[in-house]
Design a protein around this ligand. Structure first.
Ligand SMILES: Cc1cc2nc3c(=O)[nH]c(=O)nc-3n(C[C@H](O)[C@H](O)[C@H](O)COP(=O)(O)OP(=O)(O)OC[C@H]3O[C@@H](n4cnc5c(N)ncnc54)[C@H](O)[C@@H]3O)c2cc1C
Length: 446
């Protein structure tokens, strides 16, 4: 397999400077990574630039559920749920690190109605390709007595940043140039083409790249990029912050996930077992700043107070860490929960803006964009079943060295927070791994 490291990054940077590409992709989250993967597989010369590390925006701050979104059935989003479930099934069958996760959805007098959930789950299973009548289980002391019982259902889970990395490495294998720590700063039109200025925050230098097309996949920053490229399609663009906390799984042992309704505002909350922790969230509050990734005290307090319904002993001091993601949404409602979660693609000449979307349906977004690119360039693409991941992390003793050499981890935090995400899934937040990760960097740099 091809080396993809800070050393090849230097070489790629030199080549890219003054270079000409079919497509410049802005943003190395799941959307940009999936699009780089499918386009490069079809022979398009693509350069992807990410201002920080790959998968360090919203694609590291999600609930990491690969799901159809049971709740979207309430909003009658049947087409979206069916598409998401199809994609869920694909990811569960093809991405080794993904896994099925069982959820118990709790029912009580002040939560959803039993009949609503039974019907919803029946439909959910059906849309996901399974004919299964949901069975209600009596509580029998498993949960606090305010819950009469629960329904079981199954969904998927996959670490979000890892899915991004797999797509970026696959795109790199296909020949795409993928540059982390490189920010798109400005663009000018030169005849038929676009001349963009990219800033490398590691080398502290700028490079100029010419492309026939620009694809804006900047997630919560997408509106800003659309303004910079003069293609702002005056959509009702909104940002909503979602916070999660983690607590020790050994202190609160749990094998199945839990979905329940918060008494505070009747929103759905998940408790998700992952590694050594339970991930609990999330919130859904409108914000103005795409950089507003800090969980606030109020957000954390809301999650704890909600989760106490299920884990009465849970306390502020149990919180190991917290993290936030910003949802890019397109919709008029002031209630972000009511805004559809599907992606919206707007094309203006040779600039494509991708807004919104879910982690789960990134492949559907990639295919839709690939169809537009193939039409614009008058080329025939192979789109069905794509984008496929051609790289998955091998089980090796030199795991961290592998991540530096083949997954372009540039700094220890790229491993600690994203490629391994110890900062989330470990009780000690990965402190016990820091030495080994630093040693891997020393080993490579020898
Ligand atoms: C709290 C929360 C929970 C969620 N849970 C789920 C879930 O369980 N399941 C699910 O399917 N979906 C979930 N989602 C949705 C999912 O996380 C997002 O749809 C997805 O991560 C968006 O990916 P993206 O690539 O579009 O955006 P991002 O991941 O934000 O990527 C955009 C990238 O663009 C980069 N960028 C910005 N400006 C520039 C520039 N000038 N130059 C270069 N790069 C730039 C950023 O650094 C960023 O990395 C959740 C979202 C949130 C917020």
């Amino acid at each position: 397999m091809k080396e993809f490291s800070y050393i090849t990054r230097e070489k790629d940077m030199e080549q890219a400077s003054g270079g000409f590409y079919d497509v410049l992709i802005i943003g190395g989250g799941i959307t940009g990574a999936g699009i780089a993967n499918i386009l490069s597989k079809n022979g398009i010369s693509a350069i992807l630039v990410e201002k920080s590390d790959f998968g360090s925006g919203t694609s590291q701050g999600s609930s990491k559920l690969i799901h159809g979104g049971l709740r979207y059935l309430q909003e009658r989003e049947f087409r979206l749920v069916r598409e998401l479930l199809k994609e869920r099934n694909y990811i569960l069958s093809n991405v080794r690190d993904s896994k099925k996760i069982k959820f118990n959805i709790l029912i009580g007098d002040s939560t959803w109605k039993k009949s609503t959930i039974r019907t919803g789950l029946f439909l959910y299973n059906l849309l996901g390709g399974k004919l299964k009548i949901p069975r209600f289980h009596e509580n029998r002391g498993k949960y606090p007595s305010e819950f009469t019982g629960y329904f079981e259902y199954e969904d998927g889970w996959c670490d979000d940043s890892r899915l991004v990395i797999y797509n970026v490495v696959s795109a790199h294998e296909n020949g795409a140039v993928c540059l982390n720590y490189c920010e798109f700063r400005s663009v000018e039109k030169t005849g038929e083409h676009y001349l963009s200025t990219i800033y490398d925050s590691i080398g502290k230098r700028s490079l100029r790249v010419t492309s026939r097309m620009i694809i804006n996949c900047a997630g919560p920053w997408a509106e800003k990029i659309a303004q910079m490229t003069d293609t702002n399609p005056s959509l009702p663009f909104k940002l909503s912050k979602g916070v999660h906390i983690t607590v020790s799984r050994s202190r609160f042992p749990m094998d199945s996930g839990i979905a329940f309704m918060s008494k505070i505002d009747r929103r759905q909350i998940f408790i998700i077992p992952a590694g050594e922790v339970l991930v609990i969230g999330t919130t859904d509050n409108l914000v103005n700043d795409p950089e507003d990734f800090n969980p606030s005290g109020d957000d954390i307090d809301y999650i704890i107070r909600s989760a106490k319904q299920v884990i009465p002993d849970l306390d502020q001091k149990d919180v190991l860490t917290s993290y936030a993601g910003i949802r890019p949404l397109i919709g008029d409602s002031d209630d972000p929960g009511k805004i559809p979660r599907d992606f919206v693609i707007k094309t203006d000449g040779y600039i494509i803006n991708v807004f919104g979307g879910k982690l789960t349906n990134y492949r559907a977004a990639s295919r839709k964009v690939a169809r537009i690119v193939s039409m614009k360039f008058g080329m025939k693409f192979h789109i069905k079943g794509e984008p496929e991941i051609s790289y998955q992390r091998p089980e090796t003793a030199d795991r961290f060295v592998n991540e530096i050499r083949y997954e372009c981890a540039v700094f220890p935090e790229d491993i600690m927070r994203r490629r391994e995400a110890f900062r989330i899934y470990r009780e000690d937040l990965g402190k016990s791994e820091e030495k080994a990760v630093n040693a891997a960097f020393r080993e490579i740099r020898k």
